[in-house]
Design a binder for this molecule. Structure first.
Ligand SMILES: NC(=O)c1ccc[n+]([C@@H]2O[C@H](COP(=O)([O-])OP(=O)(O)OC[C@H]3O[C@@H](n4cnc5c(N)ncnc54)[C@H](OP(=O)(O)O)[C@@H]3O)[C@@H](O)[C@H]2O)c1
Length: 288
């Protein structure tokens, strides 16, 4: 049976990834309690012990605002950590799957970014993840970099849960309506990642749910499905200042997926519906 080591296994995507791999593989789920990817020696030791044929590297410092405040930590976890995993993968001759982000792009293109577009990050998180990509490319001969965006799922802090909780609490919601991206449901993505590595795809691959949305679109749709009556107002990003700049348009298109025989992921609305159903928040009759 193929041995797969998953880092960040208790995170939002990692939990669904392990569920999707199920018992078809010999999966070793690791997270920060097991070893810190910033330290090379324990990382190498853990990888040597498992001797995996595949490593799915999901561990990361994913708080975009905190990354802006803590550049050194962001580079430590997302760049040096990826380098350490890449070195260990190279030694084990493992196939390394590394998860990256739409935030490697600046958002100025105004149409979907494909795999060959040149990254130009505008925040520390995007910069640190891009450096991680570079280490993977330089150190591991057999690798796959999957860029995704705007994740939500039941096992991590995410925008949909926050907005539904605030709406349930009676808050008046003001939500940004001038950033566009593709919200992506972690369970759909995990299934796509499995398909991609089973097809032994290498290089860079963009993978998100289909459809384009603003945060306002996502919020309106989710609270509608949850059957909550509340006021929700669309605002420009300038009225919701953040420390990290966000690309105004970070939709990912793929020139690779179809040629590699990878199925398109469902529409993001299907993902939101599934997510709310899984959390028991979907109001029957509200499904649209
Ligand atoms: N979330 C998104 O919207 C998004 C978008 C694009 C790409 N991605 C990428 O997709 C991957 C999965 O994201 P996610 O949202 O599932 O992340 P997540 O929920 O934050 O999970 C990441 C996991 O990695 C662990 N971790 C952090 N630092 C570590 C370290 N130094 N050593 C070992 N483990 C460490 C975290 O532990 P703690 O929780 O204790 O820190 C957490 O369990 C990441 O590579 C991320 O960059 C995410």
């Amino acid at each position: 049976m193929l041995r797969i080591l998953v880092t960040g296994a208790r995170g939002m995507l990692g939990s669904d990834m392990c569920e999707v791999l199920g018992s078809d593989y010999e999966v070793t789920p690791y997270d920060i309690e097991d070893f810190d990817i910033v330290d090379l020696e324990p990382t190498q030791k853990a990888v040597r012990e498992v001797s995996p044929q595949v490593i799915i590297h999901l561990a990361a410092f994913t708080d975009v605002e905190a990354c802006e405040d803590e550049l050194e930590r962001a580079l430590g976890v997302n760049s040096v950590g990826a380098m350490n995993i890449a070195m260990a993968a190279s030694e084990a001759e493992a196939y390394l799957v590394y998860l990256s982000t739409d935030y490697v792009f600046d958002g100025a293109k105004g149409e979907p970014y494909i795999e060959t577009d040149v990254p130009s990050p505008i925040n520390h998180y995007g910069l640190s993840k891009l450096r991680g990509e570079r280490h993977v490319q330089e150190l591991v001969s057999k690798h796959l970099i999957i860029r995704t965006s705007w994740l939500f799922g039941p096992n991590g802090k995410n925008f949909i849960d926050t907005i539904v909780a605030r709406a349930s609490g009676g808050a008046v919601l003001k939500v940004v309506n001038d950033q566009r991206g593709s919200p992506t449901y972690s369970l759909d993505l995990a299934r796509g990642i499995r398909q991609a590595f089973e097809r032994k795809v290498e290089g860079v691959l963009h993978m998100t749910n289909t459809g384009v949305a603003t945060w306002f679109d996502v919020a309106s749709y989710a609270i509608g499905l949850a059957g909550i009556e509340t006021d929700i107002t669309a605002i420009p990003g300038s009225e919701y200042p953040t420390r990290a700049k966000r690309p105004p348009y970070s939709v990912l298109g793929s020139a690779v997926a179809e040629a590699a025989g990878i199925d398109a992921l469902p529409h993001w609305r299907e993902g939101v519906k599934h997510h709310l159903r899984r959390k028991n928040l979907l109001k029957e009759g509200a499904a649209r």
